[in-house]
Design a protein around this ligand. Structure first.
Ligand SMILES: C[S@@+](CC[C@H](N)C(=O)[O-])C[C@H]1O[C@@H](n2cnc3c(N)ncnc32)[C@H](O)[C@@H]1O
Ligand code: SF4
Length: 453
């Protein structure tokens, strides 16, 4: 196993999109092209599948020094209202371009920390969104809650406006790890918010755990996992710690590189987690996720309908994902667009009636083909292709890589398809990279990505 880890532990994307953000071609992109793609896909899919909304709520009261998310730390809650008003105005700006009333299938509030905002602000936000839309019968509204500041009233208010799913950031229960990542969070807080959610009626409660954090040991992760299992969340995200200290302002300098587990220990931490989850009835879903058999993500994996977008794995089948708020990414399936990353700039652009777009990418036919292949690998652990999808040279490179994976026992393949073996699952990002034509063509250093293991 260690040999494989050394071989495959290279920087690589997590494939929440293809092409991945560093490979977007912003030159061919503009607001007009983006809106044209968005409105086309909206028109052809709104009635059948509806749309998804991702809303980024960027504030946190305290900085966790491992965090790779786009956030701003403040204790000033006066920022809430102007921010919500800007998001609602952005939504109204987009509504003007839609040919009919949107049908919302999915809303996800991410962050930063959505529970930084007062319940009445979140109520204002959701009511301001849904009053312009129809809601699909099978809708899924979910939010990320911080166990240290999610109140009963947050959970109740959001439940009453349709939220049935919540994920809580747990990370790790070990006091030494918590101190290193500057996130002191007692088990009692997580227990309390989990029990409240269940009592209120939330159908799916998820906990986020991270392996590969500073000072983590096999024994400490075993303890974190046994505490987690005691609370029986329906879903678990078990993220590989992404050490990306070059992202400006993410505060990952709160510990030394030497305090991080080695690649081999990191893999053992993951294996320990996976074994314990599976022994306790959880099934592994795609990459990073586990679910109990009663959860819809488990069912989606069983019937081949699991999907993946910028928010991670999802059970919905929408083709339009509109990202509102600072730094949010939108996806029309044939184009991507990302909002500006600075809150002040975001708010100023909205005030000036400008869509707050920073950059984007229009997918070529080739991108669309590769996008589907990578999505299939990430969601179904298998994919297939036609002969004419690769040039002679591309095929040589692809089959050479596939043969290498096969020799290492990671997958089986034939002329037009591949199937990932259970042993290949930890290396799924590496397998996707064999299909990533943009990365292969540019042959770049890929320093912008975290390590795959
Ligand atoms: C936006 S946060 C969750 C909501 C809330 N801010 C909290 O911390 O509880 C989303 C999740 O991303 C994960 N995350 C953040 N930074 C990470 C990193 N560098 N590597 C891996 N996972 C990370 C954490 O598990 C975190 O719970
Ligand atoms: S982990 Fe959550 S609370 Fe901590 S800084 Fe990141 S977004 Fe904020």
């Amino acid at each position: 196993m260690n040999t494989l880890i050394n071989k495959y532990n290279v920087p690589g994307p997590r494939y929440t999109s293809y092409p991945t953000v560093p490979f977007w071609q912003n030159e061919g992109f503009g607001e007009k092209a983006w809106l044209s793609s968005l409105t086309d896909t909206f028109r052809s899919t709104n009635t059948a599948t509806g749309i998804s909304l991702y809303i980024h709520l960027p504030y946190c009261e305290s900085l966790c020094t491992f965090c790779g998310c786009n956030k701003r730390i403040t204790k000033n809650h006066q920022v809430e209202k102007p921010y919500i008003e800007a998001v609602l105005k952005e939504w109204e700006m987009y509504l003007k371009y839609f040919s009919e009333k949107p049908q919302i299938t999915e809303i996800h509030l991410g962050g930063g920390t959505p529970s930084f905002f007062a319940p009445e602000m979140l109520d204002l936000l959701i009511n301001g969104i849904v009053k312009h839309a129809n809601i699909s019968t099978d809708y899924e509204f979910s939010f990320e809650g911080h166990p240290n500041n999610t109140s009963y009233q947050h959970l109740k208010t959001l439940y009453e406006v349709g939220f049935k799913r919540v994920s809580f950031g747990v990370q790790d229960y070990d006091p030494i790890v918590q101190k290193a990542i500057h996130r002191i969070q007692p088990f009692e807080n997580v227990k309390q918010v989990t029990e409240w959610s269940r009592a209120i009626g939330y159908e799916s409660i998820s906990h986020d755990l991270v392996f590969g954090l500073p000072f983590q040991q096999i024994s400490s992760i075993q303890d974190t996992i046994s505490k987690t299992i005691e609370l029986q969340p329906d879903r678990l995200a078990f993220y590989s710690y992404a050490h990306v200290p070059w992202i400006k302002g993410n505060g990952q300098r709160g510990f030394r590189d030497e305090d991080l587990p080695s690649a081999a220990l990191k893999r053992q931490l993951y294996e320990t987690g996976r074994t314990l989850f599976e022994e306790n009835g959880y099934a592994e879903i795609g990459m990073d996720h586990f679910a109990l058999p009663n959860d819809s993500m488990y069912k989606a994996m069983q019937n081949g309908t699991l999907n993946r977008n910028f928010m991670g794995y999802t059970t919905t089948q929408t083709k339009v994902l509109l990202g509102l708020g600072v730094s949010s990414i939108s996806d029309s399936w044939a184009a991507f667009s990302q909002n500006v990353k600075d809150i002040d700039e975001y708010q100023t652009m909205i005030e000036n009636d400008q869509l707050p777009i920073l950059k984007g990418h229009i997918l070529t036919d080739e991108d669309l083909t590769v996008r589907q292949q990578i999505l299939d690998i990430m969601c179904q652990f298998a994919t297939s292709w036609q002969d004419d999808e690769f040039s002679f040279e591309e095929k040589q490179v692809l089959f050479e890589k596939l043969e290498g994976f096969k020799q290492d026992g990671l997958l089986t393949y034939d002329e037009n398809s591949l199937q990932v073996n259970p042993a290949g699952r930890p290396f799924i990002r590496n397998i996707c990279m064999a299909f990533d034509k943009r990365m292969l063509q540019e042959n770049t250093e890929r320093k912008l990505f975290s390590q795959t293991v």
